[in-house]
Design a protein around this ligand. Structure first.
Ligand code: ZN
Length: 89
């Protein structure tokens, strides 16, 4: 170990607008035929949007329609939000 800080890719949460290391964020991707999916492994191609794994950010993004805007995909409901927040309630 050298103590040199390795470069960490930062991404902006579309909910709160804060920049955080990509690994701390949840990636959403617009996938043809599937719509907006939660890209847990961050391996999907295409346009992506990032959110803190925080219900406040998810709800804020949902209320603002930030995800469809960031992904440039129409409407498409809120199934992705339920997937982040945990299905059920
Ligand atoms: Zn956030």
């Amino acid at each position: 170990m050298t103590g040199v800080t390795r470069h960490v890719p930062l991404r902006r949460c579309v909910g709160c607008g804060r920049q955080r290391p990509q690994a701390e964020l949840v990636r959403l991707a617009a996938v043809p035929d599937e719509g907006i999916v939660v890209d847990r492994d961050q391996r999907r191609g295409g346009r992506g949007a990032y959110l803190c794994p925080d219900s406040k950010c998810v709800k804020r993004a949902l209320a603002r329609g930030s995800i469809p805007r960031a992904l440039r995909t129409p409407g498409s409901g809120a199934a992705w939000a339920e997937r982040i927040l945990g299905a059920g309630t």
